[in-house]
Design a protein around this ligand. Structure first.
Ligand code: GLU
Length: 426
């Protein structure tokens, strides 16, 4: 498995070369400004104390407070958190919002914890890092397997410790506790704006465009629903339990969700000769595919919406999609990038495609700091402008220099960070 931080650094080096990045700035950007590693003792329901390990990586705050989610996952590593915090820096700068890059994580399988254990772990994590966060310092948010409820516990714990209200210390909160309208589906919504712009460039019409989505969490499931409602043909989705839904005639994501709720995750989702999920009744056997097959389907748009390192040197050669829209962070390795570029496959990179989440997080923070609450219409209008502008800026940079969209996004983003950073180096 390739190391995400090494991948991130190789992306940085590639962009640095093309833009002729200042040597000192380049050196500074090769590591996070600060990394916290904390041990988190939690009283489990059986009375025993279990120690979890947590991280917070504060990569760079040149453009604003460190910003980025907290991930709960059994495979969290320090290098993963460092990479994710670096990507957050690039992401915020790509869409030009005044935030820096940060990320946190705890090595845990949250599905194995009771609600009480989850709350105690989340609060204890904040007890360990509270001195280094705050609305003007570092603003966490949700990421893989963390929820608005967890954000609410964390905000509450933080405010108890500092002794005053600071709703902007964390974003992705429940709406009634200072959250923003639209934050729940904003990652997917930002991805949808990218798909729409991409479709214009590539002359794709929704009804004729097939889409496969890997991952059915917050980003993937909303993406499937939003694209389906716009008329795109969602032919495959998969979830983290290895369940794959495939129908070349198109799936209704709401039905997929329904079946996921009631059926066993590994069950066969097709009945007899006709797929039970199909919108279009058809004859002939349903094909059963694996998660790996999903990535290699002959579709127009492939959306990785799960974890890092899914498209690698091993499978990149078999990818048949015309375009990849990265809702996950770091799904494509640098080696795979090269292979896909050779094949002429367009990649809308994570730092652009999934930036809708952090953009609405920034709106949430802004509303909290100003004591405002914006309507969903307002939020989406502002999000659309930011995403469309960023998409076109990245696209034009790609065209101008004949580079891929990831490198183009990095060049624009690092230009912005470098401008501010240079002034602080004496
Ligand atoms: N975890 C999300 C991301 O990777 C959102 C971060 C945030 O809202 O700060 O972009």
């Amino acid at each position: 498995m390739s190391n995400p931080f090494e991948n991130a650094m190789s992306q940085l080096n590639k962009a640095a070369k093309i833009m002729n990045l200042d040597k000192d700035v380049h050196e500074v950007l090769k590591q996070p400004e600060r990394v916290l590693t904390v041990s988190i003792p939690v009283k489990m329901d059986n009375g025993e104390i279990k120690i979890f390990t947590g991280y917070r990586s504060q990569y760079n705050n040149t453009l604003g407070p460190y910003k980025g989610g907290i991930r709960y996952h059994w495979n969290v590593t320090l290098d993963e958190v460092k990479a994710l915090s670096f990507w957050m820096m690039v992401k915020c700068a790509t869409v030009n919002i005044p935030m820096g890059g940060g990320k946190g994580g705890i090595i845990v399988n949250p599905k194995e914890l009771s609600i009480g254990e989850l709350e105690r772990m989340s609060r204890t994590y904040i007890q360990k890092i509270w001195r280094d966060i705050g609305s003007d310092k570092d603003v966490p948010a949700p990421d893989v397997y963390t929820t608005p409820q967890i954000m609410a516990w964390m905000r509450d714990e933080y405010e108890k410790l500092v002794g005053h209200a600071d709703p902007g210390v964390i974003t992705g909160k429940p709406i009634e506790q200072g959250g923003s309208e639209g934050r729940g589906f904003s990652t997917a919504q930002g991805g949808v704006y990218c798909v729409r712009e991409l479709a214009k460039k590539m002359n794709m019409k929704p009804e004729e465009t097939t889409v496969a989505i890997q991952g059915f969490g917050n980003a993937g499931s909303f993406m499937a629903k939003l694209l389906y409602n716009m008329g795109y043909k969602i032919v495959a989705v998969s979830d983290s339990q290895g369940g794959v839904f495939y129908d070349e005639h198109g799936l209704d994501p709401d039905k997929v969700e329904e079946i996921k709720k009631t059926g066993s995750p590994l069950a066969c989702y097709c009945l007899g000769n006709a797929c039970s999920l199909s919108e279009v009744p058809h004859e002939g056997p349903c094909k059963h595919i694996t998660n790996e097959d999903l990535l290699e389907l002959d579709v127009d748009i492939l959306v990785p919406a799960a974890l890092e390192n899914q498209i690698t040197a091993e499978n990149a050669g078999n990818i048949k999609a015309r375009a990849i829209v990265e809702l996950a962070n770091g799904p494509t390795t640098p080696e795979a990038d090269e292979i896909l570029k050779e094949k002429g496959i367009i990649i809308v990179p994570d730092v652009l495609a999934n930036a809708g989440g952090v953009t609405v997080s920034y709106f949430e923070w802004d509303q909290n700091v100003k004591g405002e609450h914006w309507t969903e219409v307002d939020v989406l209008q502002k999000l659309e402008k930011i995403m469309v502008d960023a998409f076109n800026e990245v696209w034009d940079t790609k065209e101008k220099y004949g580079i891929d969209m990831r490198t183009a996004a990095f060049v624009k983003a690092i230009e912005r960070v470098a401008q501010g950073l240079k002034k602080t180096l004496s």
